[in-house]
Ligand binder design. Structure first.
Ligand code: GCO
Length: 254
């Protein structure tokens, strides 16, 4: 692929990329020409995912580490940049959810979700910036959520982390733009992923999504790929501090 949306010769790290939205964004970026480094906790799952991409003639490597192990984050980002001599984009996507009525929440669970969904993203963004600034270019992309914009019950830590990413992306965007970096957030709506199995298989919730979303359906993971390619490529060069909502129109529907 050449032109506006090409990622030819680019190196991109995508966290939480062994399945779901992360793998879908990594696949789209690899199809646009990038060498994608897939991150997840399980090396075997990651290897299988990377082999799947390589079998299609795409360029893929792996970096198995836990994004809430902050020392590992710093070490691995530096290693990727050193190994490839460049780091063009990071898609900080790894995340978990925990759904409970407020009074059943343990504080530890709140902190665990924040560590993975927010603090890990901060550390990885900082370490990516460390590698990108000397080259005067780089794209930092967070996976936020419409849950950082609108609300539903039970997902308190998830919503706090996703709203937090929005705020943090803006401060990073204004601080790093003079150094040639851009920072943006992709905010998915309801996607049919493994993480959402409890929701897709709940008939009431499924009906609610289909009624609430003007497109009348859940999104497929592949439908997030274009947003990542856009923000990582020359096509997105003037996008900065933006929250790119990909929700089929759910949040603008009265
Ligand atoms: C939830 C889901 C989330 C949503 C997301 C929409 O419980 O709300 O687990 O993963 O899909 O908030 O982006």
């Amino acid at each position: 692929m050449s032109g506006l949306f090409s990622l030819q010769d680019h190196v991109a790290l995508i966290t939480g990329a062994s399945r779901g939205l992360g793998l879908a964004m990594a696949t789209a970026m690899a199809e646009a020409g990038a060498l994608v480094v897939l991150n997840g906790r399980d090396a075997a799952t990651l290897t299988a995912a990377a082999e799947g991409l390589r079998a299609r003639g795409l360029k893929a490597g792996i970096a198995a580490f836990d994004v809430s192990d902050f020392d590992a984050c710093a070490r691995e980002v530096a290693a990727i940049a050193a190994r490839h001599g460049r780091l063009d984009a990071v898609v900080l996507n790894a995340g978990i959810n925990h759904r409970k009525p407020l009074l059943e929440w343990e504080t530890e669970d709140f902190l665990r979700v924040l560590n993975i969904n927010l603090t890990g993203c901060f550390v990885l963004a900082r370490e990516a910036a460390r590698a990108m600034i000397p080259r005067g270019s780089g794209r930092i992309i967070f996976t936020g959520s419409i849950m950082g914009i609108v609300a539903r019950p039970t997902v308190h830590a998830y919503a706090a982390a996703k709203a937090g990413l929005g705020g943090m992306a803006k401060t990073l965007a204004v601080e790093l733009a003079p150094k040639g970096l851009t920072v943006n957030v992709i905010c998915p709506g309801f996607f049919d992923t493994e993480m959402n199995t409890a929701l897709t298989q709940n008939p009431e919730f499924d009906a609610w999504v289909k009624q609430r979303c003007p497109m009348g359906r859940w999104a497929q993971p592949e439908e997030l790929g274009g947003a990542a390619v856009f923000l990582a490529s020359r096509a997105g060069s003037y996008m900065n501090g933006h929250m790119l909502v990909v929700d089929g129109g759910l949040t603008i529907n009265m």
